[in-house]
Design a protein around this ligand. Structure first.
Ligand code: NAD
Length: 515
């Protein structure tokens, strides 16, 4: 009993093989004292070298020098580098996806899905590299033209979280690079191996770009391994005009004001406390599947994970028992073994936070199903938990917080306006859904008096966004938008240009200044 499913050598050997297939030396995995563990069995899988604060400063200088060259390369040529990155990701999708599973604990389809997201954003960015356009604007002055142009910002600092260890880098970098910026990446301290592997793929793309005649400077995109102090050095540097930071609201609360204090820009993608409303007309089969994936997928460790469910009283007794049955039967275990749908929590602290939230919910009158540790899945040093469904009498206590674990709070409602008010009545504002076949309810939910979140869906859960849309949320989620739509503008600065092609000098607003 309680035997680890994979011994240390098993996971570590797989990591080493993947590194070698990316052209990295095996000894990178034993080059320092920064310990990396797999949540699959809690074992240490590498001890890698950590960057120092001086390394970070040097990397910033090098990235700044790279930016000064890269901004002069035409954007469609910059797109070619990102196209090659996409090719490398396609060629190494299985290996990188597996590494995501090993380091972040995702089940295979989610590990692969994360890499697919990287490929998709590369494709998107390549197309965008020919579309970085500004407006031509009517001017009130004759023989004048007014337009706006978009220019790169400089060095973009990317801080990422453990739960999307590589996709978040790619969302940011693919766009930042085609926009003419250099990037510096500080990955989560819990997932540096996937970052090193991704950097190796970028370096391969860079080599091929140069071999094809492309002109790309050294230091264009670099990864910096270490703790939050690495992030803090980037945050405080005036040579990093944009900090794109993904992580907890606590992190954003520290980073945002520090960047603002030096008048830098920040793009914050922070915690969510996402809800869904199940209306009386909802297709309950579809709702069941949508809720199950959104609430239990990735072991509740997505920023868009469904955490609060408001169910109309007349369908409550039809839906909730079925949901409880799904929670009781969902397969939990080693994500590398086929068939498991729920993998491990990232570490012991995540499990402790889950238990603390459940205790708080019980104290507030919640009736809990599930939530217990599943010892048979990974052994003493791994933390697997059965997802918890908690029937709450009201939206109080831990329901108002994001606990980064699979807990779904279920609350009955009897009036749509009341349900929308509850859905909006938390500090976070990332993602939301309504399950309904009533056109009026659906339209109200996506209207200005409906969901206050950055993402509002109908008849799909709140989790699992596509790259074509802008991604991000309001309130304590930070307000940033990444990925699709016009998010590229966050990585550029706008200049308004007025050009006089006449021989007179009319002033705006009819002002006279004749000398
Ligand atoms: P975290 O906040 O602990 O860490 C995120 C990153 O920020 C890490 O790289 C960390 O080293 C760095 N960091 C922390 N404090 C810092 C500071 N003061 N200065 C500079 N860097 C600092 O988050 P986590 O546990 O890795 O990830 C889970 C959290 O991330 C959840 O809250 C989740 O909702 C959120 N998340 C949000 C999105 C989104 O797009 N909105 C996406 C993924 C994860």
């Amino acid at each position: 009993m309680n035997q680890p499913i994979l011994n240390e050598a098993g996971v570590a050997a797989q990591v080493a093989a993947i590194f070698e297939s990316f052209g990295l030396q095996r000894n990178v995995l034993a080059a320092g004292s920064f310990a990396v563990r797999s949540p699959i069995n809690g074992d240490e899988i590498a001890r890698i070298a950590e960057h120092s604060s001086d390394d970070v400063k040097q990397a910033i200088d090098q990235a700044q020098a790279a930016f000064l060259q890269w901004r002069n390369i035409p954007a469609p040529q910059r797109g070619e580098l990102v196209r090659l990155l996409g090719e490398e990701l396609r060629a190494h999708k299985n290996e990188l996806g597996r590494l995501v599973s090993i380091e972040a604990g995702k089940v295979p389809s989610e590990g692969l899905g994360e890499v697919q997201e990287m490929i998709d954003i590369c494709d998107f960015a390549v197309g965008l590299s020919r579309q970085l356009y500004g407006l031509t604007i009517a001017t009130e002055r004759s023989e004048h033209r007014m337009m706006e142009t978009w220019h790169p910002l400089g060095v973009v600092g990317i801080i990422s979280a453990f739960n999307f260890p590589v996709a978040v880098w790619c969302w940011n970098s693919a766009l930042a690079l085609i926009c003419g910026n250099a990037t510096l990446w500080k990955p989560s301290e819990k997932t540096p191996l996937t970052a090193l592997a991704t950097q190796a793929l970028f370096d391969r793309a860079l080599t091929r770009f140069r071999a094809g005649g492309g002109n790309a400077p050294d230091g264009l995109a670099a990864v910096l391994v270490g703790g939050r102090d690495i992030g803090e050095t980037m945050v405080d540097s005036p040579l990093v005009p944009l900090i794109s930071a993904t992580g907890s609201t606590a992190m954003g609360r520290a980073v945002g004001p520090r960047v603002a204090a030096r008048f830098g820009r920040s793009l914050l993608e922070l915690g969510g406390n996402n809800a869904a409303i199940v209306c009386p007309s909802a297709d309950l089969d579809l709702t069941l599947r949508g809720v199950a994936f959104a609430a239990m997928g990735t072991a509740g460790q997505r920023c868009t994970t469904l955490r609060r469910l408001f169910v109309y009283t007349s369908v409550y007794d039809q839906l909730v028992p079925r949901l409880k049955a799904a929670y009781a039967s969902v397969t939990i275990g080693n994500p590398l073994e086929g068939g498991n749908l729920v993998g491990p929590l990232i570490d012991e602290r995540a499990f402790a936070n889950m238990q603390k939230a459940l205790q708080g919910a019980a104290a507030a009158g919640g009736k809990i199903s599930g939530g217990e540790r599943v010892m048979s899945a990974g052994g003493e040093a791994a933390f697997y938990a059965r997802p918890a469904l908690v029937e709450m009498p009201a939206q109080t206590g831990p329901v108002l917080d994001e606990t980064f674990a699979p807990i779904l709070y279920v609350i009955p409602y009897s009036d749509l306006d009341e349900a929308i008010a509850l859905q909006n009545g938390v500090p976070q504002g990332l993602s939301s859904s309504i399950f309904t076949n009533d056109m009026r309810e659906a339209e109200i939910f996506v209207s200005s008096r409906g969901s206050d979140c950055g993402i509002a869906n109908v008849n799909i859960g709140p989790s699992g966004a596509e790259i074509g849309g802008a991604f991000g949320g309001e309130k304590e989620t930070g307000g940033g938008r990444e990925s699709g739509s016009d998010s590229w503008r966050a990585y550029m600065r706008r200049a308004t240009n007025t050009i006089n092609y006449g021989r007179t000098l009319p002033l705006a607003q009819g002002v006279k200044f004749d000398i």
